[in-house]
Design a protein around this ligand. Structure first.
Ligand SMILES: Nc1ncnc2c1ncn2[C@@H]1O[C@H](COP(=O)(O)OP(=O)(O)OP(=O)(O)O)[C@@H](O)[C@H]1O
Ligand SMILES: [Mg+2]
Length: 293
């Protein structure tokens, strides 16, 4: 890439970040606060497991084009909320809209088709399949039960060549190209996280939800993951990710949503959040609960 191209690209990157910050500049740091242009908006979403209310979110909006972090102590309901919003689980009640369209009845493959993909806290790379095959199966994998129907009807056979080229480009970008014929099981934990992220991008999503993308990743790879997440915003995607490390959050998040005991207890910029007594209470409370068991 020439110097001027690099400069132009960097300018685009800065602009995307700037736009995200400006969009949130006038948003008050209050739970459930409205955003100027939400890509995702959820109301009254509740999920109980027997007597345990895992998620009870009154209202939550995610601003388009931003990197939003979702934090909260263990058991706060972050993964359950991800599962609900992406159609991997059904709520007891509640509604939500994704990109201007009601998404409550959509199944996971339909959510993916609508442009929302997610990764898992425990990576779901298929270890006895090559890295490249993991990529190629990404689209149908997100299609869930349609996978086999698709195989039988040759629904996407014609797309195979294009998918392969796209997969190789993404593997190149995530520094996994030289591993494309290795089994995914041979990758390190961090490389599997990269593979999961690359795989999510096979569907060219509008929004990516990452559940603890940094967990179990060594410091060198962490930095590269951070850069990849920033790139998603620069490409116009919206990112919602679960993370525990406040340093990481300060480095990449435009906005932070805090959950505790199933509810959104506060939200705001990373600076606002780190000085919010409600956040400190939530973590200490969780610690005390833990100690009591
Ligand atoms: N399938 C399930 N059946 C019963 N209880 C569940 C189920 N899934 C989650 N829970 C419970 O719901 C609560 C929220 O869990 P969840 O995994 O969403 O928390 P989390 O915020 O993602 O936590 P962590 O930071 O540990 O990943 C926990 O008390 C958990 O034990
Ligand atoms: Mg979780």
């Amino acid at each position: 890439m020439s110097d001027s191209e690099t400069e132009r690209e960097e300018a685009v990157f800065r602009e995307a970040h700037q736009a995200a910050l400006e969009a949130l500049a006038d948003v008050a740091p209050e739970p459930g606060v409205a955003k100027p242009d939400p890509i995702l908006s959820a109301t009254g979403v509740r999920r109980a497991f027997g007597g345990l209310v895992a998620v009870d979110v009154e209202h939550l909006e995610v601003q388009r084009g931003t990197i939003t972090a979702l934090i909260g102590p263990n058991g706060a309901g972050k993964t359950t909320l991800f599962n609900l919003l992406t159609g991997f689980d059904r709520p007891s009640r509640g509604t939500w809209e994704f990109d201007g369209r009601s998404a409550k009845r959509l199944r996971s493959y339909q959510m993916a088709q609508a442009g929302m993909v997610r990764t898992f806290q425990l990576t779901k790379a298929l270890t006895r399949m090559t890295v490249l095959d993991n990529m190629l199966i990404a689209a149908p994998d997100q299609l869930g039960e349609r996978l086999w129907a698709g195989l039988i009807h040759g629904m996407w056979r014609g797309q195979e060549v294009g998918n392969r080229a796209k997969a190789l480009r993404l593997l190149e970008r995530f520094n996994l190209a030289d591993k494309c014929h290795d089994y995914a099981g041979e990758l390190s934990g961090g490389q599997r996280k990269l593979l999961e992220m690359a795989r999510a991008l096979m569907l060219e999503p509008k929004m990516v939800m990452l559940d603890e993308p940094m967990a179990g990743v060594n410091p060198a790879l962490k930095q590269s993951l951070l850069e990849h997440i920033k790139e998603l915003r620069e490409e116009g995607m919206t990112v919602l990710f679960v993370e525990h490390d406040m340093d990481m959050i300060h480095e990449i998040a435009d906005w932070v949503v805090v959950m505790a005991a199933g509810q959104v207890i506060t939200e705001g910029t990373p600076d606002q959040i780190s000085s919010d007594p409600r956040v400190i209470d939530a973590y200490l409370g969780a610690h005390h609960d833990g100690a009591a068991h």
